[in-house]
Design a protein around this ligand. Structure first.
Ligand SMILES: *Cc1c(COP(=O)(O)O)cnc(C)c1O
Length: 215
């Protein structure tokens, strides 16, 4: 299926309360434009340099989401335009986002990444640390805490994945409010299940754009 066909079929299956972030990392600008032509406006990247280049070259009504691990020394390159930072995984990063947001006179929407998966390669904060951060959110007037992001273990064990999604959902529900209203969970392999478990935002790459070739 072409990018357009794949996207249209996904968009048709999604209820309006679920946002689709098309994960275009490693993919050329032409692929993004093909998706853009279906009406898709929300794209996710996980490398700062790629995000900056694509932002500069592509239409300005695209909402750019940063989805991967973000290094503190690189926030400055995306602080002026990023729509949502999905994976805040340390207080150090949060402090830096706050100071860059002040410099750019804006409020930067962020999600806190919760660590629920079994693999130790996954970044993220333990639930208790997320609760500690949310208790001090007044210290971050230029950060808009939008919700929780998480990744389930990459496994065929559906029960395992469901239990991890449930942990994310219950953490999210505890703090849910008018502003704190996004639960980013679900990727190509598990998004239908994630939506069943209460996801409001799915991050889908390979199903839309095909498998990625890493250099
Ligand atoms: C790459 C990536 C995705 C998309 O993965 P697919 O399996 O290709 O859909 C989602 N979230 C994060 C954080 C990623 O790095």
């Amino acid at each position: 299926m072409s990018i357009k066909q794949q996207l249209k079929s996904m968009q048709e299956q999604l209820e309006p309360h679920v946002t689709l972030v098309a994960v275009s990392k490693t993919k050329p600008e032409a692929d993004i434009m093909e998706a853009y032509e279906t009406g898709q406006r929300c794209f996710g990247e996980n490398k700062v340099q790629d995000l900056v280049t694509k932002y500069e070259n592509l239409p300005k009504d695209i909402e750019w989401h940063f989805i991967g691990h973000l290094q503190t020394n690189k926030i400055k390159y995306i602080a002026s335009f990023v729509s949502l930072i999905h994976a805040v995984d340390s207080v150090k990063l949060l402090n830096k986002i706050q100071s860059e947001a002040v410099k750019h006179k804006r409020i930067i929407p962020c999600l806190l990444q919760a660590k629920v998966a079994l693999e130790d390669t996954k970044f993220g904060l333990p639930v208790e640390e997320i609760e500690a951060i949310l208790a001090m959110r007044d210290q971050y007037p230029n950060v808009l805490f939008k919700g929780i992001m998480g990744m389930a273990t990459n496994t065929k064990d559906v029960e395992q994945v469901v239990s991890e999604f449930e942990k994310l959902k219950s953490l999210f529900d505890k703090y849910k409010s008018q502003d704190f209203n996004e639960l980013s969970m679900g990727m190509s392999g598990d998004w239908p299940l994630a939506i069943k478990q209460g996801s409001t935002m799915i991050r889908v790459g390979s199903t839309i754009f095909g498998t990625r070739n890493y250099k």
